[in-house]
Design a protein around this ligand. Structure first.
Ligand SMILES: [Zn+2]
Length: 242
């Protein structure tokens, strides 16, 4: 038999009391020593005891995987939370729109009086409409954290709700500059209630790289507008709807 076909005889090993044992070392056929292993594990241990912990590289890999997963999932969680807040805000505005319609039904179509000089305090409006409201939270947008207006204006903190009594603003341009507050306009004589903005959200909500302000219209529908669209609808279009 040549060298290429020579097989080596496996070395003998033994287990003593459940501990790994190194191969028996014989001297002239008689066991002279038995080296039991009681210290740190080595590559000569049995498979079941070969791994006693993580190596540094394995630990770093696990940390890197966790960091990658967190980086992927964190924006998803943030987006889901903002989506829930936006839905609550839309629900608030729908109820505020219904509230004004109920008010108009009870007062022969008239909309609540409002003096633009009272802006931005909405407490008077809340007092007028409290009989139709369904709770204090109705007037608070869940994303309302106020705003740091630059000087000479002062920051509005901690929220528009605390500062002005509401996260939502009533459209004072319904009366325009020439319309006395004691002569309210009626919802029934509005030429296009689907274009009449009643309330808008003081807070902007982010969505797809743009900031939107929720608005409720005279026919009850809620729509998100950009700041420019909101300005056009309130300042430019409202006075022409009567
Ligand atoms: Zn809102």
């Amino acid at each position: 038999m040549n060298a290429a076909t020579t097989f080596c005889k496996p070395r003998r090993s033994a287990k003593i009391g459940g501990l790994c044992a190194l191969p028996l070392v014989r001297s002239k056929g008689i066991p002279v020593s038995l080296h039991t292993k009681s210290g740190p594990c080595s590559h000569k241990d049995s498979p079941s005891r070969r791994r006693c912990g993580f190596t540094l590289i394995e630990l770093l890999v696990v940390i890197a995987i966790i960091a990658i997963l967190a980086a992927i999932l964190f924006p998803v969680f943030v987006s889901a939370r903002e989506s829930a807040r936006r839905s609550k805000c839309v629900s608030n505005l729908k109820q505020l729109g219904l509230m004004l319609q109920q008010y108009a039904d009870d007062y022969k179509g008239k909309l609540p009086p409002y003096s633009s000089s009272a802006m931005p305090d909405m407490r008077a409006m809340r007092t007028v409409c409290q009989v139709y409201g369904k709770g204090e939270k109705l007037w608070q947008c869940p994303s309302d954290h106020g705003y740091d207006y630059p000087p000479p204006q002062r920051p509005v903190k901690p929220s528009f709700y605390v500062y002005a009594g509401s996260s939502y603003l009533y459209n004072g341009y319904i009366y325009g500059s020439a319309q006395p507050a004691n002569k309210p306009k009626t919802l029934t004589t509005c030429t296009n209630s689907a274009k009449l903005i009643l309330f808008w959200d003081w807070v902007s909500h982010p969505y797809e790289t743009t900031w939107w302000q929720q608005t409720v219209f005279g026919d009850g529908h809620v729509k998100a507008l950009t700041n420019q669209q909101l300005y056009d609808g309130v300042v430019l279009e409202t006075p022409g709807l009567w």
